[in-house]
Design a protein around this ligand. Structure first.
Ligand SMILES: Cc1cc2nc3c(=O)[nH]c(=O)nc-3n(C[C@H](O)[C@H](O)[C@H](O)COP(=O)(O)O)c2cc1C
Length: 166
């Protein structure tokens, strides 16, 4: 993969093994700036981000999600959240910000994985990190210093591309 743009994008892979080292706060702030560079419908920017770095809190949040338990050695966990009710573009705006966040983290040398946050998991996470009832966790992202390499890749499939017409 020689194209630098593609290299940057393809570097984002789901990383689920961490060394247990703390995560540099400045890097987290850069990634949050990248997240907030995302587009949103009518520039609504529905996003908020709960960032936990205290080891006990990070562990407790990751343990509360059935598919994020690998985050027990993460140095941080980021929870994008916001007011979902009565805002029809919530998922699209939050998805754009979350992907920007992940792209930045990967290119800052950090590992992370987007863990989905359906309705039925909201209460479990809320029991660990409280946010007001009207707000919704969009994703749960363990972040850490990667233990090992995950290969950059695109899954480009020309059969999924329709030039001009279907
Ligand atoms: C909406 C969404 C929810 C996901 N939920 C989880 C999850 O709960 N736990 C997990 O380990 N990975 C989760 N993933 C990561 C996917 O498994 C991963 O992105 C996919 O296998 C492709 O691998 P890659 O991210 O390395 O390209 C989720 C990804 C998305 C976009």
């Amino acid at each position: 993969m020689s194209d630098p743009v593609l290299q940057f994008i393809a570097k984002r892979r789901s990383v689920r093994a961490f060394t247990g080292e703390p995560v540099d706060r400045e890097k987290l702030e850069v990634a949050l700036k990248a997240a907030m560079a995302a587009p949103s419908a009518r520039n609504s920017r529905p996003w908020r981000f709960l960032v936990a770095t205290e080891p006990e809190r990070v562990k407790a949040v990751c343990a509360a999600h059935p598919y994020a338990k690998f985050g027990d050695k993460a140095g941080a966990v980021i929870l994008p959240f916001g007011k979902k009710t009565d805002y029809r573009w919530f998922d699209q705006d939050m998805g754009a910000a979350t992907e920007n966040l992940l792209l930045a983290l990967a290119n800052l040398g950090l590992g992370a994985t987007w863990c989905g946050m359906p309705e039925e998991l909201q209460a479990q996470i809320r029991a660990v990190v409280e946010i007001p009832e009207e707000l919704f966790f969009f994703a749960l992202i363990p972040v850490g210093v990667p233990a090992g390499e995950v290969e950059a890749r695109t899954q480009y499939d020309p059969e999924r591309v329709y030039w001009e017409t279907f």
